[in-house]
Every structure is written in C-alpha cells, then in structure tokens.
Design a protein. Structure first.
Length: 503
C-alpha cells in the first residue's frame, strides 16, 4: 500500500433479507487520516453496510479489503481484532462494572491465570488520556453521564489498536460542549492516521468535521464527494432523490388561530414534582401545538411525563376532564404519549408492526376483549399506508426497521386511538431528513384537524416551525410562555433560554 491507497475498500457489496434488497452494488472507500461521513435516509442502507463490514451480517456478494488484503469478518469481535472498531448510538457497555473493567473487558492482562488489576487501572488511565478524559477508572460506569460513557466507549475502541473507527450517531445524546470535545478527539485521531466513519443526521456537524462523504439511497450508492464541494441543499436533494420542499412549505404555512378562551383540553395547575420540575401552570387548547424549548436537563421531558401521568405530581395537579393521576386515566381522557426513548420505553422490538400498532387500543379495551384479527389488519394497513411505514409489511419485526420507521410505528399506535392530546417527546431525534419532514408535516396536519400537541424538541427551528406557543424551561423551571408571532425569532428564543427571562 501507498499513502494514497484506501485503507479500506468495500466493492460491489450486495445484501438481501427476505423480500428486501438492503444493499445493491454498493462501494465505499476510506483513506488513512480522514473523517468520512456516511449519509442517507433511515433505511438507505447505512447500518446494514456497517454490519456487513463488521461481521454482524454475512455478505451476499462483493469484496472487502483492509490495507490491500481481502477480509471477511465473522463477528464484531473478529472485526475488532482485525482493526475495525465500532461505537454505536446506544452505548454497549456494562454500567455495573468500573470504567477500567469496561475498557478491558474480555482482554484483561493476566499472570498465571490471575487478572492484573493494577496493570488494568494504569492502562485504563493511559487509554483515557488519549481521548482527553480524566476519570476515576475505579468508579462504577453508571456514576457517569451518558456523554462520558460514550467517550469511554470511544476510548475502548481506540485502545484496541483500531485503524478504522466507526462512529454510529455518536452525538445524539451529547450537548454542544460535549460534541466539541468529541470533534476534538476525532481530529486528533485523524491526525494520527486513523480512518473514521461518521454517521449522523445532524448536517451542521457533518460539515464541521468530515472530509468526504458517501451518500446512500434505497440501498444503492448515489455517489462520493469531498464535503467542501457539496452544499447542504445538494446533499439533502441527493439523499431524498428529489428537492426537499416539505420543510419550506411548512415554514410558509400560516398557523391556525387558537381560541384561548375555550376550556383547555388539558391543563397544569401549579403542578410540580420534587427533584424533577418546579410547580408550573400550562393550558393546552384544542388544535394547539405547544412547543417545549430548553437545554438538556431543563425539565422538558419531566413536564411531558406529568401531563401523561407517567410521573405523579406531588404539588398541584394536571387536569384533563378530571385529575390525571396515572397513564390509564390519561388514556381514558384521550391523552397519548410517544416517549423520547422509543426503543426502551415505547416499542416492543420483538413484536411485529401489527402487534405494536394495536397495543394501545387493545390495552384501552382490556385484554378480555381482543380486537378481531380482521379489524386489526384493516387498521394496521390504513396507518402503514398513511404514515408510509417501510417495509409495508404488517408482520415485519419492529426491531428490524430503521429508526424513522420505528418512530412512525409508535405514532401509529397512538393515532389509532384517536387522542385529543398527543405528547411527542423528541419525535424526530436520530432520524433522517425525509422521515423528519414527514413527521413534522403530520404534526401540522393533526393540529389543523383539531388535535392538540405537546411537542418537545432540542431543535429550536423545529419548535418554531410547528408551535402556536413556545414554553421555555431552564433549570427545571418554566421561565416563559411565548406566543409564536412575528416577534418570536430564533435569536429571541435562544436569548430567553440563556437568560431565563422573556427577552
């Protein structure tokens, strides 16, 4: 190999599942000392390509070479030994073990069959120093934030002498300062000659840190470009296969007038929960989208959970017809809740699309009154079509779907119950531009038809685009309630969040 040769080349890769062609003649090449962004909608084939490379899936056809030599890994562990390491969006570590134990799990230095703990702690400290982390390596991993756990996962990946590092949505749980720290680490590793694959749905981050990008669409390679030579508009068009006018149309859409004198669909009356959110008042009216804006940890999710009764207010109350004391009462009052973590709190990944969609309706009816199978099929077919869930197969296992399609299944579960108030906590996090546009369009349509929506998002542009009012939280207090009129700009909203007072 020469310095101008790719360190990794994937050529004419094919991979099919039952009835689905996931990868169709896909190429990818990585060079030493670069950050290469892998771009595409959910379902475009990004995760499948990574899993084919790292031995999670067998390859149907094609060739993979690493440093000029053909390779075919049989498992992620074998890929790690070969120099290809992956850090996934969901941190794959043992939080009940110490930082040091996580760094060297499965490869502990031993002497006469006994683990050398002093050597592990020393090596763990050195591994963390390489990614600019100063931690107590003897502390249990669970005592650190998710962001720090993500950095520990990267330190482990780097320490195994990886030549190729794959970062799959590594910034989805990080705040801006933590993202900058991660980018600093990525640039340092790049300078050391490592090839890094960066998968992200945050376009600004992709442009901030990547050197080149490969775009996939519907399992096929659209092309490869230096990042500096492809504008964001051009990138989105290539990812979608058409000009992305949906979001622009939403921005131009006039917001419907809300009757604030009418009886609210739901309201909080000095509702609060110790250690979660200070007492607040908030009324949500028919057809109104109320956006919640604030930094990570500001209390947005805690507020949303009180409205659904998932957490009980120990001060004041939430009312919808009557007091909302628990999720059962909330559901009976026509309140639906799509939680932030769709995989652990929303969906049952082992069940089918059909079984997940009917779950809330069946729970409301009671398990002694099963929904007839014919009726299930009619309802599920309707919502698969309405939300463009792909693949459009009711018996597909939900865990095999892309993130965007999983989010649509969760939405379908609640829409089938015809709620009066839909609570959406980060419904577009970690999904592609196309699915994001579809979900935003759906929220706007539901509100126009009279459904109320409590909308939580870290993306302030999204909150402004959809909301009739924006409730701002800071340090677990509601600090402002702002009508979304001509005076509410992104700068004013940012100033309000930063200062904790209406600007």
């Amino acid at each position: 190999m020469t310095s101008s040769d790719p360190i990794l080349r994937m050529s004419r890769i094919h991979k099919a599942f039952v009835g689905v062609k996931a990868l169709d003649d896909v190429d990818l090449q990585l060079f030493p000392g670069e950050v290469h962004a892998l771009m595409g909608e959910n379902g475009a084939g990004k995760s499948t390509l990574i899993k084919v490379l790292t031995g999670v899936y067998d390859i149907d056809a094609g060739e993979i070479t690493l440093e000029g030599r053909p390779v075919l890994f049989g498992s992620p562990m074998e890929a790690q030994r070969g120099g290809v390491s992956t850090v996934y969006q969901e941190v794959n570590l043992c939080t009940n073990l110490s930082v040091a134990e996580n760094l060297f799990l499965g490869r502990e230095p031993r002497r006469l069959g006994r683990i050398q703990w002093r050597a592990i702690r020393k090596a763990a400290t050195e591994a963390l120093q390489r990614v600019n982390l100063d931690l107590d390596v003897g502390a249990q991993l669970s005592t650190y934030s998710l962001a720090v756990q993500q950095m520990v996962a990267i330190a482990r990946a780097v320490d195994i002498d990886a030549r190729v590092l794959i970062l799959d949505e590594p910034t989805s749980s990080l705040d801006q300062g933590e993202v900058e720290q991660l980018f600093s680490i990525m640039r340092k590793l790049k300078d050391e000659g490592m090839a890094i694959v960066f998968v992200s749905h945050f376009l600004d981050q992709v442009y901030a840190v990547s050197d080149r990008m490969t775009v996939l669409r519907n399992g096929k390679r659209v092309g490869e470009w230096p990042t500096a030579e492809l504008s964001q508009g051009e990138l989105v068009a290539k990812m979608l296969g058409h000009e992305a006018a949906t979001l622009e149309a939403l921005e131009e859409r006039p917001l419907k007038k809300i009757d604030a004198t009418a009886t609210p669909v739901a309201r909080a009356e000095q509702a609060g929960r110790k250690g979660a959110i200070a007492p607040f008042d908030l009324a949500i009216h028919e057809g109104e989208v109320v956006g919640l804006a604030g930094l990570l940890g500001s209390g947005r999710t805690e507020l949303a959970r009180l409205f659904f009764g998932a957490d009980h207010a120990d001060e004041g109350r939430v009312v919808a017809d009557g007091p909302v004391k628990n999720p059962r009462v909330a559901m009976n009052a026509g309140i639906a809740f799509c939680p932030e973590n769709r995989k652990t709190e929303g969906l049952v990944l082992e069940l089918t699309i059909r079984e997940n969609i009917i779950l809330a309706m069946q729970a409301a009816r009671g398990w002694t009154k099963p929904i007839p199978r014919r009726r299930q099929d009619e309802l599920v077919e309707k919502w698969i079509k309405a939300l463009d869930i792909r693949p459009a197969k009711a018996e597909q296992i939900v865990g095999t779907l892309s993130g965007g399609n999983q989010q649509k299944v969760l939405l379908a579960r609640w829409l089938i119950t015809e709620p009066r108030l839909m609570i959406l906590d980060e419904p577009t996090r970690g999904i592609d531009v196309g699915a994001k546009a579809q979900i935003q369009k759906l929220v706007a349509q539901l509100a126009d038809e009279g459904m109320s929506v409590l909308f939580v998002s870290a993306e302030l542009e999204e909150v402004l685009r959809l909301s009739h009012r924006v409730t701002v939280l800071r340090d677990r207090y509601v600090v402002a309630d702002l009508p979304n009129d001509d005076s509410l700009t992104l700068d004013r909203l940012v100033d309000t969040i930063a200062s904790g007072a209406s600007a």
